[in-house]
Design a protein around this ligand. Structure first.
Ligand code: ARG
Length: 465
């Protein structure tokens, strides 16, 4: 980064006799990171200049020079030839200073009726709005991959767990669809927050509005906002949009980490429920046999950074008096890092889900283990023998104990064994002890039956179409 040395700042140095201390410059400058908002800054300034001309606040010629000059600045930044200066603090002043080099005097008219306070809020909102859109796109892709997995494995049985102990058989499709629900809620949080944040701060100026006859509706529309924000103090003080992005991202990252953890467990030699493709695994530098689920582990970890960003920004904003305080400059790195982490995690998860192969055989063996159909047996006693559920639970528990003592599964007990515990049990009971029957019977709304899963897949495909 090359520095333009000057005794006092060219943008606000009028009342200063000397330039800032080097440490002051270092703590104050944000250009090293806020240059990521260059495109948004230039877009905002172009809209502002067009509005100033339309309102007769600057001439059409000046507006034209400003708007064209800004495009040159943008191409210099995107082409990598732009000389960023720490002395010029931030992206706003770097762009304006370069505009002055390029077009001279009219550049000085751009900042009429505007302040860096509404400018930074506008730029950052535009940047965050793009991230909401990217997250929504990433979630759509992931949900699509999950629906395909659910479709292919709608009938495939697997153990359902509570406490990570085998509980009842479920279907692979049902398990995938649980994540569809979770990620669809994440998407709806992003959609909601995006709609709420889409108000333009531009024209709030420093904090109080301006005496120039600006048209905030015009700039809002030009920048794709639904309307200008209604209170100038709130407009420059508000970072709710960033907090909402971070909180929606944290919940989404939490979901990603839970799924990632399951994939880590499922892909282990002890489980062998799923094969993660080579494309999303790595080898070990010392153990030739190893295939590690690194992508899943890193997705599991990203939640740490994203939650951290949320807590950091909540803490930065806490207790800040209205309106703008320089503390708020610390918002950007948190959001940049969280957004990068989330988009990468979503993309990695989508790729991994699309590629992974469930191991139907291991899943079926595991589904039948751990007396997983004990509840089906108890339910049968209730239905066939009209037994109160609590008694049925007790009888079933006794049978489970018997099977456990013999080292066999429930379907391996004989009818005589069963009748020794309860005389009225008939041969029909064996019909409910198989896992396939078990899952097929769970047709209550939201239950795991393959017929339900297929309906849910269809419902979600229609919603997403
Ligand atoms: N770089 C600043 C930020 O990111 C821009 C706003 C500066 N405003 C001010 N009053 N110093 O917050």
């Amino acid at each position: 980064m090359s520095d333009k040395k000057s005794s006092s700042n060219a943008m606000w140095g009028g009342r200063f006799a000397s330039g800032p201390d080097a440490i002051m410059e270092a703590i104050n400058a944000s250009i090293s990171f806020d240059k990521r908002m260059a495109r948004q800054d230039i877009e905002g300034s172009r809209a502002h200049a067009a509005m100033l001309a339309q309102q007769g606040i600057i001439t059409d010629n000046d507006a034209k020079a400003i708007r064209e000059g800004l495009l040159t600045v943008l191409s210099e930044i995107e082409g990598g030839t732009f000389q960023f200066s720490t002395a010029l603090e931030d992206i706003h002043m770097n762009v304006e200073a370069r505009l002055k080099d390029l077009i001279g005097e009219p550049a000085g008219r751009l900042h009429t009726g505007r302040s860096r306070n509404d400018q930074v809020a506008t730029d950052f909102k535009l940047w965050v709005r793009d991230q909401f859109d990217a997250a929504i796109g990433g979630l759509d892709a992931l949900i699509g991959a999950l629906l395909d997995q659910a479709d292919a494995g709608a009938d495939m049985v697997m153990p359902g767990f509570t406490h990570l102990q085998v509980a009842q058989p479920v279907t692979w499709g049902h398990h995938m669809m649980a994540y569809v629900e979770m990620f669809a809620r994440d998407k709806s949080r992003m959609v909601d927050a995006r709609a709420r944040m889409n108000e333009s701060p531009l024209g709030a100026a420093a904090l109080a509005g301006t005496s120039f006859p600006i048209d905030r509706d015009m700039t809002a529309a030009a920048l794709g906002f639904d309307r200008p924000s209604a209170n100038s103090l709130d407009a420059v003080a508000d970072r709710d949009f960033a907090l909402e992005f971070l909180s929606a991202s944290s919940i989404c990252a939490t979901h990603l980490s839970r799924f990632a953890e399951e994939l880590v467990i499922w892909s282990s030699a002890q489980f062998r429920f799923v094969v993660i493709s080579d494309r999303f695994s790595t080898g070990s530098s010392i153990m030739p046999q190893k295939k590690n689920p690194d992508a899943a582990e890193l997705i599991r970890a990203k939640v740490g950074r994203i939650n951290g960003s949320l807590v950091a920004l909540l803490t930065i904003m806490k207790g800040l008096p209205l309106t703008y305080s320089k503390d708020m400059q610390e918002d950007k790195e948190q959001v940049f890092d969280a957004a990068d982490s989330l988009m990468l995690a979503l993309a990695a998860m989508s790729g991994m889900v699309a590629d992974m192969r469930p191991n139907a055989e291991s899943l079926a063996v595991a589904a039948a283990s751990g007396f997983s159909t004990a509840t089906d047996l108890a339910d049968w006693l209730v239905r066939a023998l009209n037994m109160p559920f609590r008694d049925a639970h007790h009888v079933t528990g006794t049978l489970v104990k018997m099977a456990e003592d013999r080292g066999c599964d429930l379907p391996d007990l004989t009818l005589e064994d069963m009748q020794s515990v309860h005389g009225a049990i008939t041969d029909d009971v064996f019909g409910v002890l198989g896992v396939q029957n078990s899952v097929a019977s769970r047709v209550s709304y939201g239950g795991t039956a393959p017929s339900n899963v297929r309906k849910q897949i269809k419902r979600w495909r229609e919603i997403l179409a």
